[in-house]
Design a protein around this ligand. Structure first.
Ligand code: MRU
Length: 362
């Protein structure tokens, strides 16, 4: 995708063997890239959400392992790096998936081969992410196109959080079909949930849609139900941080409420799910998926560009109030119209997931 006309991936290798990321904590008001020199830099970037979004934290984790192998490639160093990286964020399974893939490969080979092999494997994981998302784009475009044919006018799509190219290496998951449909000339408009407390919708989704010229409108998180009741939403497309073998979807906090509103109003609710986001070890999303509880300051404070051009952080709650900050919730499979995967549209149920995703990836 392009930033001010220049093509970018969200994570890329530098000529001198480091890794560079787009620092997402600085968007939308500043576009800054940041160099990751070692595994600790990668771990911090994930934990502090300079990179975020399930697929991108997976790729950053893989590069974290590769950076660590440059310095120490012993069994002990491999174990220490993988263990630390996996813990950086608990909910999105992509991080665990990518780091365990690195661990399995590297632990099977001699120490002296690990540094090069790790680098190549991290590149493969990054390139695979782009390929998977391009496929999701094609399958999802068809869904938007069919809706346009039925409706005869612009398709209104509501999305939550940021599951665009900033959340992946390129393309995005939920927004990949939007970009493909837009580029194919299908008239569309995106409702962007602001996504408190970190405002990934208002800060990131709106920014990347604007960079691409896609018509969009930012709404407060609570507006979705009202928009759906009044016929202003034709479909919802969201991303996912972990999907169980039975089709329960864990995604950014507030997704579940959108799914309830969509079901009540007969609005199709699609989840874009790359296969590394599927956790075949889990059956029941609500009881099994670990939900990250983040610092209450994310709720107590907001930051933004003030009228004098200075970016400031300010407290919005009384000093004596405390806040809770669960970062994700679970949407039960029964509320999901379908999973848009690299294999095509798959029903959110155990049999379909097994047939189309689990068996195919063997
Ligand atoms: O806390 P974040 O910003 O990492 O959460 C991101 C999301 O919830 C996305 O919707 C999800 O990772 C899908 S990304 C393609």
């Amino acid at each position: 995708m392009k930033v001010n006309g220049t093509p970018y991936r969200t994570i890329f290798e530098t000529y001198d063997g480091a890794v560079e990321i787009i620092d997402q904590t600085r968007l939308p008001h500043e576009f800054v890239t940041l160099r990751l020199e070692n595994m600790r830099d990668a771990e911090r970037a994930i934990r502090e959400m300079q990179v975020r979004g399930a697929p991108l934290i997976g790729v950053t984790g893989a590069y974290g392992v590769a950076l660590s192998m440059r310095h120490h490639a012993s069994d002990a160093a491999l174990k220490a790096s993988c263990d630390l990286l996996v813990k950086a964020r608990p909910t999105a399974v992509n991080l665990k998936w990518a780091v365990e893939r690195m661990r399995t490969l590297l632990s099977s080979m001699p120490e002296k081969e690990r540094a090069d092999a790790a680098w190549r494997e991290a590149e493969r994981i990054a390139d695979d992410d782009v390929r998977i998302n391009e496929s999701i784009a094609q399958h999802g475009q068809k869904i938007i196109e069919d809706m346009h044919t039925r409706k005869g006018s612009a398709v209104n799509i509501l999305t939550h959080c940021n599951a665009g190219w900033l959340a992946t290496v390129d393309w995005g998951t939920a927004l990949a079909p939007v970009y493909a449909a837009f580029d194919a000339g299908i008239p569309l408009h995106v409702w962007v949930d602001e996504t408190r407390p970190r405002n990934q919708g208002a800060s990131l989704t709106a920014w990347e849609l604007a960079q691409h010229g896609v018509p969009h409108t930012v709404v407060v998180d609570n507006a979705g139900g009202h928009l759906m009741q009044n016929g202003h939403v034709d479909m919802v497309i969201v991303g996912a941080d972990r999907v169980t073998a039975t089709g329960d979807v864990c995604n950014k906090i507030g997704t579940y409420l959108k799914a309830l509103a969509a079901a009540d109003n007969g609005v199709p609710f699609f989840v874009a799910m790359p296969s590394p986001t599927l956790d075949v070890t889990m059956q029941d999303g609500v009881s099994e998926i670990p939900i990250e509880e983040r610092n209450e300051d994310e709720v107590n404070y907001m930051s933004g560009l003030c009228d004098d051009g200075v970016i400031r952080r300010m407290r919005i709650t009384p000093l004596k109030s405390s806040a809770a900050n669960p970062a994700f919730d679970v949407t039960p499979a029964r509320l999901v119209t379908g999973l848009i995967t690299e294999q095509g549209l798959v029903a959110a149920d155990a049999a379909a997931i097994r047939e189309h995703i689990i068996l195919e990836r063997r």
